[in-house]
Design a protein around this ligand. Structure first.
Ligand SMILES: Cc1ncc(COP(=O)(O)O)c(C=O)c1O
Length: 379
């Protein structure tokens, strides 16, 4: 209870709530806070869900997930040159539950886990709930938000149990180059530290190749996390998974799942077995177009940002020092909702989601421009 009381509410949800309230009052709000694709779930997956209902596939399933889905995931990973057997895969309620189960299964009270900030809003609350200590390495805009590896080495000590990595990254949109992935993995391997790798955005990469930590981390130290949420536009289905060869951790995670949620929704699991036949490249092409458009518009109005090679986020320097005030005033005065960087431990930055139509993005940028010009003029 005490720990839960110490955890802040999600700032992304907070700003979203304000935006929704304004929208419900009939205001023309441009909400660019979304952490989810705006496409419908692919038709084949929806059809398969209907089939599950018709077949009365509506009961508890194996806690690990149905074997057909675990086999599908194994094949999907194989296409990415990542190799896990179906019995090394645990289906979870979104990537979120995979992460939390993994953290609870790896960390003891007072253990340390290293995270690179800016980071996704839920990491720190999840770590605190385990009783472990989050150790934050702050990455810098000037260094393209890549971690300084000398600093990482200095943070490693006998209490360090794990490193949590996230590439492609929410909120910065950066994708770690191979060199960085390899070196972080080497540091973890040499020091026998677990690597929890959150790769939920791995299909949303627009330039160059994505390099997974699965290629370099030792088998017994790797906890690979992914989900259907972003890659198949299935955020509401709550379908993710962990893949790991370490049996001790795998069994802990499965036990935990059995006692907390029993299993994942049977219909969602059944539906996702068809994902191997779904071509999601149209979404990625569209996101790339929107990324290019967003970057162009952001440059035109003079925003300062690191080029997003992946995800659907643009992370830019707040035009005024106080990012929370910037977002609050922008929403109140121009009805554009963005997320302050403070939500991600990055004061002075702002996150804009381009998981929105070009028309909305265009309108949003026009209003942001007007707002900035007005601020610069000192009104
Ligand atoms: C970095 C990151 N990891 C994990 C998740 C959780 O994904 P899911 O919806 O599958 O639980 C999100 C969702 O926004 C995310 O941004």
């Amino acid at each position: 209870m005490e720990i839960i009381d110490q955890i802040p509410v999600s700032k992304t949800l907070e700003i979203n709530a304000v935006a929704t309230k304004l929208k419900n009052k009939g205001k023309d709000v441009i909400n660019l806070t979304a952490g989810e694709p705006d496409f419908p779930t692919p038709e084949k997956i929806k059809e398969k869900a209907k089939e599950a209902l018709e077949k009365d596939f509506t009961k508890y399933t194996n806690s690990k997930g149905i074997v057909q889905l675990r086999e599908t995931i194994s094949k999907l990973l194989e296409k990415k040159n990542i190799f896990f057997d179906s019995n090394e895969i645990l289906v979870t309620n979104g990537g979120k539950q995979a992460l939390f189960n993994a953290l609870l299964s790896v960390l003891d009270k007072d253990d340390e886990i290293i995270l690179f900030s800016p980071f996704w809003v839920s990491y720190i609350p999840m770590v605190l709930l385990t009783g472990a200590k989050p150790v934050v390495l702050e990455t810098k805009f000037e260094n393209s938000f890549l971690p300084d590896l000398d600093e990482l080495i200095k943070l490693v000590n006998p209490k360090t149990k794990a490193i949590l990595v996230n590439s492609p990254n929410n909120p910065t949109g950066i994708v770690y180059p191979e060199e960085i992935v390899r070196k972080i993995s080497e540091i973890a391997n040499e020091n026998e530290i677990f690597v929890l790798t959150d790769e939920v955005y791995d299909s949303l990469v627009y330039d160059g190749n994505f390099v997974s930590f699965a290629n370099f981390v030792k088998d017994e130290l790797l906890i690979y996390i992914n989900a259907f949420s972003k890659s198949y536009s299935m955020t509401g289905w709550r379908l993710g998974f962990a893949a790991l060869k370490n049996k001790l951790i795998y069994n802990r995670m499965t036990k935990l799942q059995g006692h907390t949620t029993s299993s994942v929704n049977s219909i969602a699991q059944y539906a996702a077995t068809v994902s191997i036949l779904v071509d999601n490249s149209y979404m990625i092409r569209e996101f790339k177009k929107r990324r290019d458009f967003t970057v162009k518009k952001a440059k035109e109005i003079g925003l300062d940002f690191v080029y997003p090679k992946g995800t659907f986020y643009l992370f830019f320097k707040s035009p005024i020092e106080d990012d929370e005030l910037f977002c609050k005033n922008l929403l109140e005065e121009k009805l554009v909702a963005l997320v302050p960087g403070s939500a991600f431990n990055a004061k002075g930055f702002v996150r804009l989601s381009f998981a929105n139509s070009m028309e909305k993005l265009d309108k949003g940028f026009k209003r942001i421009k007007e707002f900035i010009l007005k601020k610069l003029a000192g009104f």
